[in-house]
Design a protein around this ligand. Structure first.
Ligand code: ATR
Length: 264
């Protein structure tokens, strides 16, 4: 039986096992997918387990997307460009790190029929998933990317990877067409993002990478102001879709049945 894992810390909230095991069953595969809480000093031995075939694939979440890189043999172009890995597999005896968050976000935006071409994108946060959102937004043809993070030094580090992004101080709200929350603010139902959206105009897209709770304070604010809004469910499903396809060479089905994993 093939063995797959999602690693992170914390990890108890992850719905990846539910989603992957649903698709594993649907496709009659001899595999199982589990979650594992890790510490930094356990990354090396985990990657050895991939190398020797004890584990067939790993998904990586907060806070290891960058920290895992030194232990890998090779990175895909996407992982290299974002310095972030969320999917690991063995190919020709080499442990490869790839990033399917980019495709996940692109597919989510496609599904809601929103066009990023020539749009101004305002991104909140500079955490583990932010480089993937920046890279995907650039790929989709956005005209400008503005980043704001509470800790400015962390946003400045992003400038080392993407030189044509603009940084602004936390608390400022520039002109934008799309605003994306990549911070962890909102994971707790009582979390508020204290930004002044009274002068932003109409018909913006408010996008939150968070999918649980399904409507954060941030999304609720966008909704109340009459804007389009979308949570991170589809991005989550499509990053898993790409990892599943890579590992099993099977394209899983995404339909209403799939989305039921969020109701558990
Ligand atoms: P990591 O920082 O380990 O990559 P993450 O969950 O991927 O973890 O990222 C957390 C993001 O949420 C960061 O951008 C963080 O801002 P800081 O860099 O200033 O820490 C942001 N964040 C978390 N709590 C916040 C808060 N109370 N106000 C504003 N931003 C917050």
């Amino acid at each position: 039986m093939k063995k797959y894992l999602v690693i992170g810390n914390p990890i108890s909230h992850s719905l990846s096992p539910e989603l992957h095991n649903h698709w594993i069953k649907q496709n009659g595969l001899d595999a199982k997918y589990e979650k594992k809480k890790l510490n930094n000093n356990e990354l090396e031995s985990l990657i050895s387990d991939v190398k020797n075939g004890n584990i067939n694939g790993v998904n990586v979440t907060v806070p290891f997307k960058n920290a895992v890189i030194p232990y890998l043999d090779k990175l895909s172009d996407e992982a290299k460009k974002t310095q972030a890995v969320n999917t690991i597999y063995l190919k020709d005896k080499k442990v490869i790190g790839h990033n399917t968050d980019i495709e996940g976000f692109e597919n989510a935006i496609k599904k809601i029929n929103f066009d990023f071409t020539n749009k101004k994108i305002f991104i909140l946060g500079a955490g583990g998933v932010t480089p993937s959102i920046i890279y995907a937004s650039m790929k989709m043809g956005s005209s400008e990317i503005i980043i704001s993070n509470r800790t400015k030094e962390k946003a400045e580090k992003l400038k080392n990877i993407f030189d044509n992004i603009t940084l602004i101080n936390w608390g400022k709200v520039p002109n934008f067409d799309v605003i994306i929350n990549t911070t962890s603010l909102g994971l707790n139902q009582q979390d508020k993002i204290n930004l002044d959206f009274t002068n932003i105009g109409k018909n913006k897209l408010f996008y939150d990478v968070i999918y649980n709770p399904s409507e954060t304070y941030f999304l609720n604010t966008g909704k109340k102001l009459g804007n389009k809004y979308e949570n991170g469910k589809l991005m989550f499903v499509y990053q898993a879709f790409s990892a599943f396809k890579l590992w099993h060479s099977v394209e899983p089905t995404v339909n209403n049945e799939t989305m039921k994993i969020f109701n558990q």
